[in-house]
Write a protein that binds this ligand. Structure first.
Ligand code: DLL
Length: 435
């Protein structure tokens, strides 16, 4: 439920709360004497009381590399036997990133996920169909605990087995759907094919991967929901760091527990509000793995000021990309989400697409695999649009509906590399036809 005391504070009240909590965090990090405490001392900080919020941009950062270097438990700020649970990210990009929670951390996480569900209009008595994966991934269990804390009923579906998911939605009549945006689309399409009734749904809380406004339109066309964005990362807590309300105008950052900054990823200098930059979070109330100025690699912008819903928390834009997701194709920097925006805004293709970086030759080229609507002569037109709107030279391959791989479990894979041999999507090696 909307908690005005925490979510609608005045700017001054919130700043005072953040300052006090930041001071407490600095004292704990100094006392734990790990890598973060040592860096604080090197920066001349001997006690929390010396620091104000204005000093934050000068305090040392923490990065994913620090977590990897300390893997698995080297960065704990509490004894190992106080750890109640371990989660982490799957490590599709390499090593898993493990994070730990005390019982109090789990309660905080549940409260933040409850807030995020309440942002979507859920409350006691709501029925939440949770199709985020359960396991080490924070999506399933995080949302589950949030729904319980809210007093809602949770249906722990996890990912996959789409037919069974549709059956359960039709039978149990949930009002809230929680899953990745790519899977929401898949569920909507599969329900239409099966003629299933999903009319009980009111809102969807979709996150864990980047998705554009155009994807929102595509989801709302196949599901009877307001499609809302939820953001988070294991290192900071999991889902529940920020979430969109029914006004759909940015994600409310739970700033009383996650102090947010945006910085220029190259220089580290602070960005002005409204300017895209790398999101950096400080977690002043977490116990097991508190982080000072954690660099997320995610690019978004911040706005302040009250929202129509009454919350005064800073809002972040949708994540437009990750600093390390950027593709450089023939000297042009491009984020997959920009390609998604151009493709879907064209109205020529369906919402399933994949970017294939063809590295079989020294000069990498990009193949955009997509599924044109019946009769649309899409390839040449889309190639033209991509060049005109984002300066990208790409070969657009029109594939039959169903040819682009769908994700049933986990996060959508938007970029694949073609190193040699068979193409990652069957049919890509056939000569181009004039579609
Ligand atoms: O994906 C936590 C989560 C679960 C968020 C369910 C929302 C819903 P990780 O697996 O650690 O945690 O991956 C974190 O996923 O740094 C972003 O790059 C990306 N990400 C998460 N949410 C969004 C979003 C979970 N709404 C990484 N939009 C983050 C764009 C997102 N990217």
């Amino acid at each position: 439920m909307f908690d005005p005391k925490a979510e609608a504070m005045s700017t001054d009240e919130r700043a005072a709360l953040q300052r006090n909590r930041l001071r407490g965090l600095i004292d704990r990090l100094l006392a734990a004497d790990g890598v973060q405490g040592r860096r604080l001392r090197e920066a001349g900080i001997e006690r929390g009381a010396d620091v104000t919020l204005a000093d934050l941009p000068r305090l040392p950062h923490t990065t994913k590399q620090d977590l990897w270097d300390a893997y698995p438990f080297g960065m704990l700020a509490v004894p190992r036997d106080q750890i109640a649970a371990v989660h982490g990210s799957s490590g599709t990009r390499g090593r898993p990133t493990l994070v730990a929670y005390t019982r109090a951390d789990l309660e905080l996480w549940a409260a933040m996920c409850a807030r995020s569900l309440a942002c979507a209009g859920a409350g006691p008595g709501s029925l939440v169909h949770n199709a985020y994966g359960y396991g080490l991934f924070t999506g399933g269990i995080g949302i589950h605990q949030g729904a319980v804390a809210l007093g809602a009923t949770v249906v722990p579906m996890s990912g996959g087995m789409t037919e069974r998911q549709i059956r359960m939605i039709a039978d149990l009549r949930p009002d809230i759907l929680t899953c990745t945006p790519a899977y929401a689309l898949r569920l909507g399409e599969a329900a239409a094919e099966a003629g299933a009734d999903l009319s009980s749904l009111r809102a969807g809380v979709f996150g864990a991967e980047p998705w554009s406004e155009e994807m929102r339109t595509a989801i709302e066309a196949v599901l009877p929901v307001k499609a809302l964005d939820i953001y988070g990362l294991s290192e900071v807590i999991g889902p529940g760091v920020a979430a969109e309300c029914l006004e759909q105008n940015g994600l409310h950052v739970n700033e009383d527990h996650f102090i947010v900054e945006t910085i220029d990823p190259r220089t580290g200098e602070p960005c002005a509000d409204g300017q895209p930059g790398e999101l950096v979070f400080t977690t002043p109330t977490k116990q097991a793995l508190p982080l000072l100025r954690y660099r997320t690699g995610d690019i978004a912008s911040l706005t302040r000021g009250p929202c129509g819903c009454g919350r005064t928390l800073a809002r972040m834009s949708k994540v437009t990309g990750r600093a390390d997701d950027m593709l450089v194709i023939r000297g042009v920097n491009v984020y997959p989400s920009e390609v998604e925006r151009v493709l879907l805004a064209s109205g020529l293709v369906g919402p399933h697409y994949q970017l294939v970086v063809d590295r079989r030759r020294p000069a990498a080229r990009l193949i955009v695999a997509c599924e044109p609507h019946a009769g649309a002569a899409a390839s040449a037109e889309l190639a033209k649009l991509l060049r005109a709107e984002i300066g990208l030279t790409a070969e657009v391959r029109a594939l039959p509906v169903g040819a682009v791989p769908r994700v049933e479990i986990g996060k959508a894979v938007r970029v694949v590399t073609w190193e040699s041999g068979e193409p990652p999507i069957p049919g890509l090696d056939r000569p181009l036809t004039a579609t």
